[in-house]
Design a protein around this ligand. Structure first.
Ligand SMILES: NC(=O)c1ccc[n+]([C@@H]2O[C@H](COP(=O)([O-])OP(=O)(O)OC[C@H]3O[C@@H](n4cnc5c(N)ncnc54)[C@H](OP(=O)(O)O)[C@@H]3O)[C@@H](O)[C@H]2O)c1
Length: 344
């Protein structure tokens, strides 16, 4: 028998990584990950063995503790994914840095970090992430909470600051405010000094008031845009529209010439001749996570987890997110020891 190892055998045996302190960390060659072999219903999600990804220049290898779940994960899995199969879902994670990250990144081995590397790859025991797309986990967040923040947190903050330029004393309407994106946006808008009007289903109204919304409207009532107009004479000047079914109502509730920001992809943005729509995508920037850290540390910004799932339960988590009425966020706990501690 030849003593030569094939390339695949060598990769499966794992590798060693150096830490900044000159120590050596062993990284396994293979890991478990949730894979999608064919697009379809939630039960296409299954755990399989695959290669541990290798970080390229400027990337950091992270051992994943938990991964957030969003409607984008379900949308890709059910038919939206156009890349090669199989693929690993998941766009946001919290975990621990493995080994040396290079001088530029300056993260330490074992440092708790969270981030948004891409729309896929996070439902796995290891993920690689460009160093500028992750940040240290703020002291005010557990790893499980942190996993649910990056995509919606970055998108909420960017919409409110870069797009809408919210400041003290502004009044803003946030639609679908109890979901992953909306519930973070309500709190950030409140911290920026805005007066927040919010929409949500009736079961979320107390929740929205506690987050800081001054007035809450039931977006299942067809006349909710008229009620907004009765509250704010002439309609809202600034709107963050957080779900596709609320786009038409957001336009109706908006004043002539209002600015409506939305990260929702749609074929039609209604009343475009009367109001100004700005569609945007949340940019994955660690620096913006760092900017939000003081709010997490002092408790003025909290991520609400309506349920934590062990990652073996990923199909159930996807079914729940597809219902479209999650309060706050859902998380998959990827690390088995952490899942056991949580009683999952
Ligand atoms: N482009 C980007 O970068 C980006 C980033 C983040 C999010 N997004 C998009 O933003 C949207 C929201 O994301 P998310 O994480 O907040 O999702 P989510 O947590 O699933 O929340 C969905 C929201 O939709 C509302 N909703 C469901 N059915 C409704 C209906 N019939 N009428 C009115 N509202 C309804 C729900 O409100 P109730 O339960 O109160 O009814 C809930 O607040 C998604 O389309 C997502 O893809 C885009």
């Amino acid at each position: 028998m030849s003593s030569e190892l094939s390339g695949a055998d060598r990769r499966n045996r794992g590798r060693l990584r150096q830490t900044d302190a000159g120590q050596t960390v062993a990284v396994p060659g293979t890991m478990q990950a949730i894979m999608v072999n064919q697009l379809g219903a939630p039960d296409v999600l299954h755990i399989a063995q695959t290669q541990v990804p290798e970080p390229g220049p400027g990337e950091v290898l992270v051992r994943v503790l938990a991964a957030g779940v969003g409607p984008w994960d379900a949308g890709l899995r059910s038919g939206g994914w156009t890349g090669p199969l199989p693929y690993i879902p998941g766009g946001e994670f919290a975990g621990e840095v493995v080994g040396d990250t290079g001088d530029e990144a300056a993260f330490e081995d074992g440092e708790p970090v969270y981030g948004y590397p891409a729309l896929t790859g996070c439902y796995a025991q290891y993920v690689t992430c460009p160093s500028e797309q992750l940040a240290p986990i703020p002291a005010g967040l557990t790893a499980i909470e942190a996993a649910a923040v990056p995509v919606d947190g970055l998108t909420a903050e960017q919409g409110l600051t870069d797009v809408l330029n919210i400041g003290s004393g502004d009044t803003i309407l946030i639609t679908a405010a109890a979901g992953g994106l909306g519930h973070l946006a309500v709190q950030v808008a409140r911290e920026l000094g805005a007066n927040v009007l919010a929409t949500g289903s009736a079961q979320h109204h107390d929740f929205l008031h506690k987050l800081g919304a001054a007035v809450v409207f039931d977006h299942n009532q067809p006349d909710w845009p008229d009620r907004v107009r009765a509250e704010v004479s002439g309609g809202a000047d600034l709107v963050l529209a957080c779900a596709a079914p609320t786009l038409a109502g957001a336009a109706r509730a908006a004043a002539d010439g209002a600015l409506i920001a939305t990260p929702v992809h749609a074929d039609d943005y209604p009343e475009g001749e009367r109001v100004s729509w700005q569609r945007y995508d949340g940019q994955p920037r660690g620096s913006r996570l760092i900017r939000m850290a003081p709010w997490f540390d002092d408790g003025s910004l909290q991520v609400h987890l309506s349920r934590r799932y062990s990652w073996q339960e990923a199909p159930a988590a996807h079914s729940e997110i597809e219902n479209g009425h999650t309060r706050g966020k859902l998380v998959l706990v990827v690390d088995d020891d952490l899942a056991a501690q949580e009683g999952l």
